[in-house]
Design a protein around this ligand. Sequence first.
Ligand code: FMN
Length: 187
Amino acid sequence: MSVRILALVGSVRAGSHNRQLAEAAAKLAPEGAEVEVFDGLAEIPFYNEDVDVEGTVPAAAAKLREAAAVADAFLLFTPEYNGTIPAVLKNAIDWLSRPYGAGSFVGKPVAVVGTAFGQYGGVWAHDDTRKAVGIAGGKVIEDIKLSIPGSLTRFAQTHPIDDAEVAGQLTEVVTRLHGHAGETVAV
Ligand SMILES: Cc1cc2nc3c(=O)[nH]c(=O)nc-3n(C[C@H](O)[C@H](O)[C@H](O)COP(=O)(O)O)c2cc1C
């Protein structure tokens, strides 16, 4: 049985380098792992407890929850916005954190990586994302780290899959996450 890894991307712009990283990771996934890059975070309304009740959950949020429910692990790709997590990704984490204690992250391995323009590659956003997703119940794999600086220049002409160093790093990230997910799936 293939391990299903759901990739969420914290940038919804068409030319997102983080989305390109996620697409590259999907192509580089080892045998036995399948990475699905989720489409549709931009359509999800801001989390609101008033509408998060049976019968009124927005379709876009329900679609995210359905994809997350069948995932064995999560791979989050994000840039940094003003020193922290872009709102679109935080919103997705908030939707997946409910019902409290029974959201789709609970007990599943989660790794956080990405690229940003700054010299630290978005480490603040990556650390903050690990914190939020851990509070939401995810089993954060703290030692899977990849924060690639200089996004706008490094990937201006080169897709991440054609950057040998990045492709190697992504392969390692997906392979290691797959290993952790395999442990969870086996129990
Ligand atoms: C609103 C906004 C805030 C940003 N803040 C930061 C920041 O705090 N640190 C950083 O390294 N880059 C920052 N950037 C630059 C992004 O890291 C860069 O544009 C990145 O490539 C965006 O990711 P994407 O290519 O996946 O869309 C910011 C960009 C925007 C649009």
